[in-house]
Design a protein around this ligand. Structure first.
Ligand code: ADP
Ligand code: MG
Length: 295
């Protein structure tokens, strides 16, 4: 027997490196006419590196002590920023103490008790609410102007230093953006929890003009709903825990598999197992072809 077109398309998508979870999803992919892309891990390679370690003079900490605190608190986290920070500490041969009371807030950061001290590591904008005049805020702003993600470290509620982290745009990002624009008739939108300055710099390299930055996970859902209310069928592509709500709520959600969190993989309708962004326009095109055969 010949395979029904949507099943052949699923097999084909698999050969392209995308696991499509059902025939319904395979069909829906061809209907999308707007795309929302996450930044870290989706548009970028998802393996950020620590580029700057800046203890505040007032903290009494040196670079290694700052990095050691941050790495300890981040150790239980699966966020790409956390992995960058832990790797940087390992590269410097720092011992990373075990922590207690670990918590993580998607889109914000982590907290933990490190050797009896309460340590928080995360977004300067979210952790220093109402304290914008602090020296840490200007260190962070300078790093962000250079296109870095600034990560604030606090001990017992007081900022002690800032880390700068940088990630590379995927080589094929601009080509994938152009291909998606060709297929859907619209340029993709960038939705990110990162700071507006780093986001804008990366977006322009990827030929994206519509940038929504500083978003919490629920804000990504709101952006998606706005597009829906304008009559769009939105494809959301993301990898993080922070993307899970938008992936689940979207007309179609695709998770990037390599760096993807378990929650993102479960929430998505399809998973990219070959770590390339070019697979996204490829599966949309496959769906269009299969639908033409079905109807
Ligand atoms: P994106 O949307 O680009 O994938 P996220 O929503 O995962 O970004 O993160 C948004 C911001 O939240 C980060 O830029 C960072 O400031 C902060 N953040 C989230 N998780 C962590 C973490 N584990 N450590 C430090 N900062 C974090
Ligand atoms: Mg991400």
């Amino acid at each position: 027997a010949t395979m029904p077109p949507l099943l052949s398309a699923i097999a084909n998508a698999g050969r392209h490196g995308v696991l499509v979870k059902s025939a319904v999803v395979m069909e829906q992919l061809g209907q999308v006419d707007a795309v929302a892309l996450d930044k870290t891990g989706t548009l970028t390679e998802g393996t950020p590196r620590v580029t700057d370690v800046r203890p505040l003079d007032s903290s009494g900490l040196d670079e290694d002590a700052l990095l050691r605190y941050a790495a300890a608190a981040e150790h239980p986290s699966e966020h790409p920023l956390a992995r960058a920070i832990v790797d940087a500490a390992r590269t410097r041969n720092l011992d990373i103490p075990l922590v207690e009371d670990f918590t993580s807030a998607p889109g914000i950061g982590v907290t933990a008790t490190v050797e009896g001290s309460a340590v928080a590591v995360g977004s300067p904008a979210r952790l220093t609410d109402g304290r914008a005049g602090h020296p840490a805020a200007s260190v962070a702003a300078r790093l962000e102007d250079e296109g870095r993600t600034a990560v604030l470290v606090e001990v017992e509620g007081a900022p002690v230093g800032v880390l700068g982290v940088a990630d590379r745009l995927r080589e094929e990002a601009a080509a994938a953006v152009t291909a998606l624009k060709g297929l859907t008739g619209r340029a993709p939108v960038l939705v990110t929890g990162d700071n507006p300055r780093a986001a804008a710099r990366l977006a322009s390299e990827a030929k994206i003009t519509d940038v929504r930055a500083g978003l919490l996970p629920q804000d990504k859902v709101t952006v998606m709903r706005e597009l829906e209310q304008a009559g769009r069928r939105v494809l959301v592509v993301g990898d993080g825990v922070n993307d899970a709500p938008a992936l689940a709520a979207a007309h179609t959600g695709i998770a990037m598999g390599r760096a993807g969190s378990d929650l993102a993989l479960q929430s998505a309708d399809a998973v990219v197992v070959r770590d390339e962004l070019a697979t996204i326009p490829a599966v949309v095109a496959l769906s269009r072809r299969a639908r033409r055969l079905v109807v």
